[in-house]
Write a protein that binds this ligand. Structure first.
Ligand code: SF4
Length: 90
Protein backbone atom coordinates (compact mmCIF):
# COMPACT_ATOMS: atom_id res chain seq x y z
CA UNK A 1 0.00 0.00 0.00
CA UNK A 2 1.38 3.39 -0.95
CA UNK A 3 1.61 5.97 1.83
CA UNK A 4 0.35 9.45 1.06
CA UNK A 5 2.16 12.37 2.62
CA UNK A 6 -0.17 14.97 4.12
CA UNK A 7 0.87 18.23 5.64
CA UNK A 8 -0.49 19.16 9.04
CA UNK A 9 -2.69 21.84 7.46
CA UNK A 10 -4.15 19.32 5.01
CA UNK A 11 -4.59 16.84 7.80
CA UNK A 12 -6.48 19.32 9.98
CA UNK A 13 -8.69 20.46 7.11
CA UNK A 14 -9.46 17.00 5.72
CA UNK A 15 -12.89 15.59 6.57
CA UNK A 16 -12.95 14.23 10.09
CA UNK A 17 -13.24 10.48 10.10
CA UNK A 18 -14.14 8.00 12.80
CA UNK A 19 -10.44 7.13 13.05
CA UNK A 20 -9.42 10.63 14.07
CA UNK A 21 -12.27 12.47 15.80
CA UNK A 22 -9.67 14.06 18.10
CA UNK A 23 -8.67 16.50 15.37
CA UNK A 24 -11.48 18.88 16.35
CA UNK A 25 -9.68 19.46 19.67
CA UNK A 26 -6.25 20.13 18.16
CA UNK A 27 -4.63 23.20 19.68
CA UNK A 28 -3.04 23.97 16.31
CA UNK A 29 -6.25 24.15 14.30
CA UNK A 30 -5.94 27.93 13.91
CA UNK A 31 -2.16 28.15 14.13
CA UNK A 32 0.17 28.91 11.25
CA UNK A 33 0.92 25.46 9.72
CA UNK A 34 4.41 26.66 8.77
CA UNK A 35 5.30 26.62 12.48
CA UNK A 36 4.92 22.85 12.42
CA UNK A 37 7.32 22.47 9.51
CA UNK A 38 9.86 24.76 11.08
CA UNK A 39 12.70 26.47 9.34
CA UNK A 40 14.25 27.57 12.61
CA UNK A 41 14.68 26.38 16.17
CA UNK A 42 12.45 29.27 17.31
CA UNK A 43 9.59 28.05 15.10
CA UNK A 44 10.08 24.50 16.32
CA UNK A 45 10.01 25.68 19.93
CA UNK A 46 6.78 27.61 19.28
CA UNK A 47 5.18 24.54 17.71
CA UNK A 48 6.27 22.32 20.57
CA UNK A 49 4.95 24.84 23.11
CA UNK A 50 1.53 24.58 21.47
CA UNK A 51 1.75 20.78 21.48
CA UNK A 52 2.61 20.88 25.19
CA UNK A 53 -0.80 22.34 26.01
CA UNK A 54 -2.74 20.43 23.36
CA UNK A 55 -5.45 18.20 24.81
CA UNK A 56 -4.97 15.62 22.05
CA UNK A 57 -1.19 15.44 22.07
CA UNK A 58 -1.10 11.71 22.81
CA UNK A 59 -3.55 10.90 20.01
CA UNK A 60 -1.61 13.09 17.60
CA UNK A 61 1.67 11.54 18.62
CA UNK A 62 0.33 8.01 18.13
CA UNK A 63 -1.15 8.96 14.78
CA UNK A 64 2.20 10.35 13.61
CA UNK A 65 3.98 7.13 14.57
CA UNK A 66 1.34 4.89 12.99
CA UNK A 67 1.32 6.97 9.80
CA UNK A 68 5.12 7.24 9.77
CA UNK A 69 4.85 11.00 9.31
CA UNK A 70 8.16 11.97 7.79
CA UNK A 71 8.18 15.72 8.25
CA UNK A 72 7.26 18.29 10.84
CA UNK A 73 6.30 18.52 14.49
CA UNK A 74 3.49 16.18 15.48
CA UNK A 75 2.51 15.43 19.06
CA UNK A 76 5.38 17.51 20.37
CA UNK A 77 8.15 15.63 18.56
CA UNK A 78 10.08 16.52 15.44
CA UNK A 79 10.87 14.00 12.71
CA UNK A 80 14.26 13.07 14.16
CA UNK A 81 12.74 12.41 17.59
CA UNK A 82 10.01 10.23 16.03
CA UNK A 83 12.56 8.23 14.05
CA UNK A 84 14.55 7.63 17.24
CA UNK A 85 11.42 6.54 19.09
CA UNK A 86 10.42 4.14 16.31
CA UNK A 87 13.94 2.68 16.25
CA UNK A 88 13.91 2.17 20.03
CA UNK A 89 10.52 0.43 19.92
CA UNK A 90 11.46 -1.83 16.97
S1 SF4 B 1 -0.11 17.78 19.48
FE1 SF4 B 1 0.69 19.53 18.36
S2 SF4 B 1 0.63 18.96 16.18
FE2 SF4 B 1 -0.67 17.52 17.32
S3 SF4 B 1 -2.73 18.33 17.20
FE3 SF4 B 1 -1.84 19.11 19.09
S4 SF4 B 1 -0.90 21.07 18.61
FE4 SF4 B 1 -1.31 20.01 16.67
Amino acid sequence: MQQTVMTLAEFLQAPITEERPWVVFAACRDADPDLFFPGSKADEAAAKALCAICPVRLECHQYSLDARETFGVWGGLNEKQRRMQLRRSA
